[in-house]
Structures are given as structure tokens and as C-alpha cells.
Design a protein around this ligand. Structure first.
Ligand code: OGA
Ligand code: MN
Length: 295
């Protein structure tokens, strides 16, 4: 297996290994896991991806999320990001499926709004538009390391509230349904996630973050915006241009990502599996103290 850094300062392509080999072979898994901890975004090209290989590969890394209410693939371990309706036609730009893709175009980290946040996401491209539709990543680990020391100290003991309805509300007021809101109450997490393998810390925030515990709302909003802007400033991202057979895996503890637009009349179909974080992945360290006691 060759590790080819993609940059800037994170993300790498792994060559000479298939998802099926990693699923089947402990030594291959260990090498990929180490690369995941180090590089935060892993790119695999030329894969023969099926739902089964993607699921088997993903399961090596930990328990899979069950797809939430309101998503395509609900109740399975697959999230289907599609702009194609049941008759095979590309949906119009104001269709729910298109708006959900639009919400993915906000900088975010997957599942910060869930009771159990995500360790990693694995995304495969099944239908790719001719232009656009890239996925862009930044390192929140490098963002953390760029912050000034006093701010880092403060954030290490700050807790942000995350809500699915908040990020969806930025796209359309009712994009999060009543059912989704009821299933997904706001969650509170420490704003710094320490990787237990290498001890490196990452800023933990996203489009779902709307408030900071104990901080007046306008000041919290200002700080969240400043932190997001600093983390996503020009020149800091890796942009993945999808090709057939590509699979990208990212560390939700140490990155943010966003989808990029593409011409609305073109189809795009992506399939995601999401691995839940466990205490071995440092989950305990982001739990607010009150909840540590309560759980
Ligand atoms: C995701 C996501 C962006 C994209 O699958 O979690 O945000 O480019 N995808 O489809
Ligand atoms: Mn996402």
C-alpha cells in the first residue's frame, strides 16, 4: 500500500489496496486505520464498489449508524444522496432531494446533531455529473493548531449546541420535518476533540452548531462565524473531484466538508456509510460534564 499525500497538510490517497482486502485482512485494516488517524481524509480510486463491499469495509472501523428518519435509505446503514426521483428523472432545484443536497453544501461535520456523533463517513460516487459536484474538505485539526493559545484554552472548556433543524433552516424553513425535529433534539459537545491515538486536538463545530453554553447568543454566533471562517479560508481545502470507482473516507472528529454545486439538470448519486464514534475514539472527551455524570 502506498500513501500519497494530497494536501494541504492533510488528506492522502491510498494506492494498491481495495476495500474488499481491507475488510478481509487485519494487517491491511491496521495500516489503513493508522493512515486514517494521521491524514483525516483517505481517497481510494479505481474501486469496484457495491453496497456490500462498502458496508463490509465500513464495519471494520466500528458500529454503523442506522439511517435516520426523513432520509433515503431510512432504517438501513446506507445514506443515499440522490437527485433522481422514483421514475428515474432528475428532480427540479426546489425539490426536497435537491434542497437536501444544498444543505450538504454548507460546511459541516456529519452527525454532530446526533445522540452519538460520528467517527467517520465513507462516501462512494455512483452517478457523477460531468461538471461540478466535488466534495471539499478542511482540517479542523490544523484549524485548531492555528488558533492563538488563549482562545484554544477557552475553547477546550467550551460546549457548543448542535441542531439539525438549525443547518436545514438556513436552506428552507421547513426542510427539517416535524418528525425529524422530534427524533433529533439538540446535542451539546465540547468544542475540541482530542484524538486518543496521537493526542492531537481538533476544533469541533459545524453548520449544525448554533449556540455556545453560557455565552450570550450574539457573541456566540460571532465566535462561531469567526471560527468557521478561519477554518475554511481560501487555500486550506482539499477538493475531491469524483471519478467512477472513487471512495473517500473522512474523520468527522478532525475535518469539515461541503458538497459543491453542479448543473441542476444533471443527475448525481452518492452512497454514504457512517461509523459511530465510541469512547475508544475519544467520544468521552467531548461529552459535557453534566452528561458524563448522568449517563
Ligand atoms: C455527505 C456529504 C457531500 C457531497 O455525504 O455527508 O456531505 O459532496 N456529501 O455529496
Ligand atoms: Mn456530510
Amino acid at each position: 500500500m502506498d500513501i500519497v499525500p494530497l494536501g494541504p497538510g492533510f488528506a492522502a490517497e491510498l494506492r494498491g489496496v481495495t476495500l474488499a482486502e481491507i475488510a478481509a485482512d487485519a494487517a491491511a485494516y491496521d495500516a489503513v486505520r493508522a493512515a486514517f488517524e494521521e491524514h483525516s481524509v483517505l481517497v481510494f480510486r479505481g474501486q469496484e464498489v457495491t453496497d456490500e463491499t462498502q458496508l463490509a469495509f465500513s464495519r471494520r472501523f466500528g458500529p454503523l449508524e442506522v439511517t435516520k428518519v426523513g432520509s433515503l435509505g431510512v432504517g438501513t446503514n446506507l445514506v443515499i444522496l440522490s437527485t433522481i426521483d422514483e421514475n428515474g428523472n432528475v428532480v427540479p432545484a426546489d425539490h426536497r432531494l435537491a434542497l437536501r443536497n444544498k444543505a450538504n453544501q454548507l460546511w459541516h461535520t456529519d452527525s454532530t446533531f446526533k445522540r452519538v456523533p460520528a467517527l467517520a463517513s465513507v462516501l462512494s460516487a455512483r452517478i457523477i455529473p460531468a461538471r461540478g459536484g466535488e466534495t471539499e474538505y478542511v482540517s479542523t485539526r490544523l484549524a485548531w493548531e492555528r488558533l492563538e493559545g488563549l482562545l484554544r484554552k477557552r475553547l477546550a472548556n467550551s460546549f457548543a449546541w448542535h441542531d439539525y433543524a438549525h443547518s436545514r433552516g438556513q436552506i428552507a424553513p421547513d426542510l427539517a420535518s416535524t418528525e425529524e425535529r422530534a427524533a433529533l433534539p439538540p446535542q451539546c459537545w465540547r468544542m475540541a476533540w482530542t484524538n486518543p491515538v496521537n493526542g492531537r486536538c481538533a476544533l469541533y463545530l459545524a453548520s449544525h452548531a448554533y449556540a455556545i453554553e453560557g455565552v450570550e447568543q450574539a457573541a456566540a454566533q460571532k465566535l462561531l462565524t469567526e471560527l468557521m471562517d478561519a477554518a475554511t479560508a481560501p487555500g486550506l481545502s482539499y477538493v475531491h473531484r469524483w471519478r467512477k470507482g472513487d471512495v473517500v473516507m473522512w474523520d468527522n472528529r478532525a475535518t469539515m466538508h461541503r458538497g459543491r454545486p453542479w448543473p441542476a439538470h444533471e443527475a448525481r448519486l452518492m452512497v454514504r456509510t457512517t461509523i459511530s464514534a465510541t469512547d475508544a475514539d475519544g467520544l468521552e472527551s467531548v461529552r459535557p460534564p453534566a452528561r458524563q455524570a448522568a449517563e
